[in-house]
Design a binder for this molecule. Structure first.
Ligand code: CP3
Length: 325
């Protein structure tokens, strides 16, 4: 078990160590990034660390002018509009463009007694920030480009897939022993749009990591109706959000792959009895098949009380040791 966004504002030790640095500045300091990676492992006793970084970092590396604004999210200085913008997406050379990422991986992996998970943003999610210029609720510009200029769109997906492959390969070679592709916003697409416009580039990402032989996790939210197609992308584990039960998700994913999830992060803000009940239900449903990684259905919310997550870890670990719930 581990928690998405386990390193972050919910931890007082994170706020103390990171201070006023922006996330992108913190990521460029490998010692600091490694330390922030270790914090949740020390605090929670989770079974894996996730690198302290951000999905936007490789785009900074290839020279896209962007900021990650607290309380808002990524903001792009000059959003992508048409085919002429494709020239701005040059290939990522991880060793020279973002040397601090592999360095943070090396430092953290050496210190850790649990596996380190590397990650990258998926092509749809990164494209949505590039095109909308920032966070969006409806992805109107993104979907307009997809449908009105399909060739430009496919070229964009392909460039972003190449960036993800370079970034993930560098993290694995530096010591990450699993990776997760966060294509968080794919659930806003129809099944047809997903299969036609996003799945091909995604397959290329997972195929491009095959030879390195590490577990590959594929995650998005709002994906209940996409799960069976997502399972064809080439990942070893599919991450699901809380909208679907583990048993129903399992039917869509099949038994060939692992499943990760799926406690609602908002549940952790409410009464402990609900957290306990939901955690037990997830473990119960997942116990029908091997290959479950306990996680939240999306990232830890900043206002979460860390003590609640400590208790969730104890509950899950107790269950694994055969203790009664
Ligand atoms: O513990 C971890 O998961 C480690 C690292 C991590 C971060 N971002 C650190 C971070 C990971 C895996 C991400 C992924 C990420 N970043 C995604 C995909 C996952 C998801 O949440 O759906 C997305 C969409 C982003 C883009 C991004 N970066 C957003 C939307 C935000 C939040 C902005 C805000 O303040 O609300 C960020 C900032 C960010 N990324 C923080 C952290 C710890 C907060 C930085 C801070 O203010 O201290």
């Amino acid at each position: 078990m581990w928690f998405m966004r386990q390193a972050g504002r919910s931890l007082p030790e994170y706020r103390a160590l990171k201070g006023d640095l922006s996330i992108l500045d913190a990521v460029e300091r490998p010692e600091l990034a490694a330390e922030l990676t270790l914090q949740p492992v020390t605090r929670y006793g989770v079974d894996a660390a996730i690198l302290f970084s951000d999905i936007m970092v490789p785009l900074v590396g290839i020279g896209i002018d962007l900021e990650v604004v607290p309380g808002k999210g990524p903001v792009i200085a000059e959003p992508f509009r048409d085919a002429t913008d494709l020239a701005r997406l040059r290939p990522l050379d991880a060793a020279s463009d973002v040397p601090y990422v592999a360095e943070a991986v090396r430092i953290a992996a050496k210190e850790l007694e649990v596996p380190l998970i590397g990650f990258a943003g998926g092509p749809f999610t990164l494209a949505s920030y590039l095109i909308e210029g920032g966070p969006s609720r409806v992805f109107s510009r993104t979907r307009t480009l997809m449908h009105s200029e399909p060739n430009t769109w496919m070229a964009l997906m392909d460039s972003l897939a190449s960036v993800a492959i370079s970034s993930l390969r560098a993290q694995i070679l530096a010591g990450a022993s699993a990776i997760q592709l966060f294509d968080s916003w794919i659930g806003w697409l129809s099944l047809d749009e997903y299969a036609t416009f996003v799945l091909p580039a995604t397959k290329r990402i997972f195929a491009g990591l095959e030879d390195l032989d590490v577990p590959r996790i594929y995650f998005g939210i709002n994906t209940s109706d996409l799960l069976s197609r997502m399972s064809t992308a080439g990942a070893d584990v599919i991450g699901v959000d809380w909208r679907i039960g583990i048993a129903a998700a399992r039917e869509r994913i099949g038994n060939e792959r692992g499943i990760q999830g799926n406690l609602n992060p908002a549940t952790c803000l409410g009464p402990w009895e609900t957290v306990e009940h939901e955690t037990a239900r997830i473990l119960q449903e997942a116990s029908a098949q091997p290959g479950h990684i306990f996680n939240l259905g999306h990232g830890v919310l900043p206002e979460t009380n860390p003590e609640v997550l400590e208790k969730v870890v104890a509950l899950v670990h107790g269950e694994q040791n055969g203790a009664a719930l």
